[in-house]
Design a protein around this ligand. Structure first.
Ligand SMILES: [Ca+2]
Ligand SMILES: [Ca+2]
Ligand SMILES: [Ca+2]
Ligand SMILES: [Ca+2]
Length: 379
């Protein structure tokens, strides 16, 4: 557990330097190691009559806009203790770190035979914990709903739900992507959502991409919106609960990022993360709103801090080995390969460590290809 420590220096000019050592043990390279706070004259502070509020410290917690990551909330500032509440309480960039809030549970769904692989210790050790009884092997998509239950589907429209972490599965009515092209099911699907909607992308080489959404936990689906046909068919979707929906699509000329700010009803092409990428589509958004993707099959990892508009290379996989999915557990990132390797980053994707291998739990050789597995980080 990391205990926040702050050294406060007061100079004769009336400035306070606050040095935050919280993140030292995880070597976060983007956060400043010290910040300067101007002490405002006392006549600008809020009075009992409420006639004056300092515009640089609206919540009057003593921290200005430079250092206060939520200036509307006096219980959030750099000198408060982090607690497990899905919020960055102490403004160090990390939401509920695993050292404080416990190890991550990560679940892999293998579409080749429906096997569920689970790690309860942040990706180090894995066991087989269930089987989704798909009738035919298929590309799969997997999500956790806001009630904690799991939802699994295939490109051919099979839809299954589990209320016990993946041990037992109940079949739901077939999903519309089973028949949404003339020739049959979609070519590639992806699923995400947590909050009001579950989203599923469906792509095919003969039409625009379709985004389905469900506000009934997967029992019924509607078409929320579409995005323009792309030459590549690989796709992924990531959504912030009650926030933006991101779709990544990988035509051969580069990875394209579409964003919707109205729950999928319309999409705008907001950015490109690589001019060379033409492989797998991967997108993930963490609890702080940073969006991540990858140039897989290259080994470059990209991030955007401004809602998908600008992208910059952030770090390299140690060895991509066909990374199929990125998941977040608060602000820790996991990258899971179809070949089994599990990578973990605790510094927002700048560096990655190999922590385990989900394939080691398998009773057979790993035969799956990208799109044939999907992964969730369980909250
Ligand atoms: Ca403040
Ligand atoms: Ca505050
Ligand atoms: Ca927190
Ligand atoms: Ca924090």
């Amino acid at each position: 557990m990391s205990v926040p420590l702050f050294f406060i220096y007061i100079s004769c000019q009336g400035e306070v330097l606050v040095s935050d050592t919280t993140a030292k043990d995880i070597n976060e390279p983007t956060e400043p190691s010290s910040d300067k706070i101007e002490i405002e004259p006392s006549d600008e502070s809020t009075t009992d009559s409420g006639t004056s509020i300092d515009p640089n410290d609206v919540d009057s917690d003593g921290y200005d806009l430079e250092t206060d990551c939520d200036d509307q909330n006096p219980d959030i500032h750099p000198d408060i203790e982090e607690i497990c509440d899905s919020i960055d309480n102490n403004c160090d960039g990390f939401v509920d770190p695993e050292e404080l809030c416990g190890p991550a549970t990560i679940v892999v769904l293998d579409g080749y035979d429906g096997t569920i692989y689970t790690s309860h210790d942040s990706g180090f050790n894995w066991e087989i914990t269930g089987i989704v009884p798909f009738t035919t092997p298929a590309k799969v998509a997997f999500a956790q709903k806001s009630d904690g239950s799991f939802l699994a589907t295939t490109q051919s429209g099979e839809l299954w739900a589990s209320n016990d972490g993946g041990m037992n599965w109940l079949e739901l009515p077939d999903a519309p992507w089973a028949t949404d092209t003339n020739g049959g099911n979609s070519s590639h699907i992806a699923m995400d959502g947590f909050g009001k909607y579950i989203y599923v992308t469906s792509t095919h080489s003969t039409r625009d991409g379709i985004l389905y959404r469900s506000d009934t936990g997967g029992n019924s689906w509607e078409i929320a919106g579409t995005w323009p046909f792309q030459t590549g068919m690989d796709t992924d979707v990531a959504a912030i609960p009650y926030g933006p929906v991101y779709i990544v699509h990988t035509p051969y000329q580069g990875g394209q990022v579409f964003r919707s700010d109205n729950s999928g009803e319309s999409f705008t092409l907001v950015g490109n993360y690589s001019s060379e990428s033409g492989g797998n589509a991967i997108v993930e958004v963490d609890i702080a709103g940073t969006v991540y993707t990858s140039g897989n099959p290259e080994t470059t990892f990209f991030a955007s801090d401004n809602m998908g508009i600008h992208w910059s290379p952030r770090g390299d996989w140690i060895d991509g080995r066909s990374i199929a999915s990125i998941v977040d557990y608060h602000t820790t990132l996991y990258a899971v390969s179809v070949k089994g390797v599990v990578l973990r980053s605790t510094d927002f994707g700048y560096t990655w460590q190999e922590v385990g291998n989900w394939g080691s739990a398998a009773q057979r050789d790993i035969l799956s290809a990208t799109g044939w597995i999907d992964v969730i980080g369980v909250y």
